[in-house]
Design a protein around this ligand. Structure first.
Ligand code: ZN
Length: 341
């Protein structure tokens, strides 16, 4: 019996050393130390032994079980480490593979147009003047020659805050007063870009928020000729050197005289098309000589100082430039639209 136990032990040890994978190791464990394993079965045969032989056999079988179990654990560790090394070697990081390309965003068409406008005015000596988007009624209307009873207030449907007299600016023009009060009595050459808000029905042609770029040139002996020369130069830099321009008389409360400037239609070059409504011209900005009352409100004496101001919409210019027929596209965050620019 003891003889058979030693044989079983030797055989089990030999097989264990041959086990080359975790699966083989598992099979070995079941065959030797499992519930119906060869060594386990031997312990159940103790009853067949004589009383004298029992203690020696029991001690030896327990020894063997313990040794085999330790050998099994050691073999398991060794095999796991080898398998890990093998998988690292075969599935390792291949640094010669080209990397995955990062999806890059791009600038919004309004931002692109705004930057182009800023660059051109910068080249012509104008500085960017930042002003707040929340304004008082005084700055947005009163100081710009639009008193409460003025019918021109109907032109600007306004968002009011819960604080009386505090509104979302309806145009960038209040920035003119801020700039004048800050620069007085120096001459001024600034552009005022920024977001404006109007309480309007949202349609293909009008949005409740839009970007505007205001401009102000102020000094001694600035005339309408300076206004025309500067704005024509801007239009040529923005739309091309051969682009024709024209001025049409208009009305704004804060300028006198006031005008609107058109450029020759970008799409049909003046022949007439759907975008220009067959006129051959596209309106791009409003302008005029700063009204004496506005000059005075800014601190400048209209008998000594004069200046011109203008305002344009980057979205409108982008719409003309890229033939966009719906202003709502700018704020809809639709990638199919945004990725075209
Ligand atoms: Zn046209």
């Amino acid at each position: 019996m003891l003889q058979k136990l030693e044989e079983t032990y030797e055989q089990a040890t030999a097989v264990l050393e041959q086990a080359g994978s975790n699966a083989e190791l598992e099979a070995w464990y079941r065959a030797v130390l499992g519930r119906k394993g060869s060594v386990t079965l031997m312990t159940r045969q103790v009853g067949q032994l004589s009383k004298e032989d029992r203690p020696l056999f029991c001690r030896r079988v327990n020894e063997i079980k313990s040794v085999l179990d330790q050998a099994y654990q050691a073999r398991l560790l060794k095999l796991s480490a080898a398998e890990m090394e093998g998988s690292l070697a075969s599935e390792g990081l291949d640094v010669t593979l080209p990397g995955r390309r990062q999806r890059r965003g791009r600038l919004h068409p309004t931002t692109q147009t705004l930057r182009e406008i800023n660059r051109i005015w910068g080249d012509m000596g104008f500085q960017v003047y930042r002003s707040r988007e929340v304004e008082t009624d005084e700055y947005n209307f009163e100081l710009l020659n639009i008193p409460a009873h003025h019918p021109a207030r109907d032109l600007w449907d306004t968002f009011h805050t819960i604080t009386p007299g505090v509104i979302l600016r309806t145009h960038t023009s209040p920035g003119q007063i801020h700039a004048m009060r800050e620069y007085y009595p120096e001459p001024i050459r600034v552009i005022l870009p920024g977001m404006c808000y109007r309480y309007e029905q949202i349609t293909a042609r009008s949005e409740i928020q839009f970007t505007q770029v205001e401009g102000l040139a102020l000094g001694k002996a600035i005339t309408m000729a300076d206004l025309k020369g500067t704005l024509v130069d801007f239009a040529r830099r923005m739309f091309g050197a051969d682009r024709q321009t024209r001025f049409r008389a208009n009305y704004f409360p804060f300028t006198e005289p006031s005008a609107e400037m058109d450029v020759e239609c970008i799409l049909c070059a003046g022949d007439g098309c759907q975008v220009c409504r067959y006129s051959g011209w596209l309106e791009i900005l409003g302008c005029g000589m700063v009204h004496p009352t506005v000059l005075r409100n800014g601190g400048y004496d209209p008998d000594i100082f004069s200046g011109f101001a203008f305002g344009m919409g980057p979205e409108r210019i982008a719409m003309l430039k890229y033939s966009i027929d719906d202003i709502r596209a700018f704020w809809s965050n639709d990638l199919r639209f945004l990725e075209q620019f």
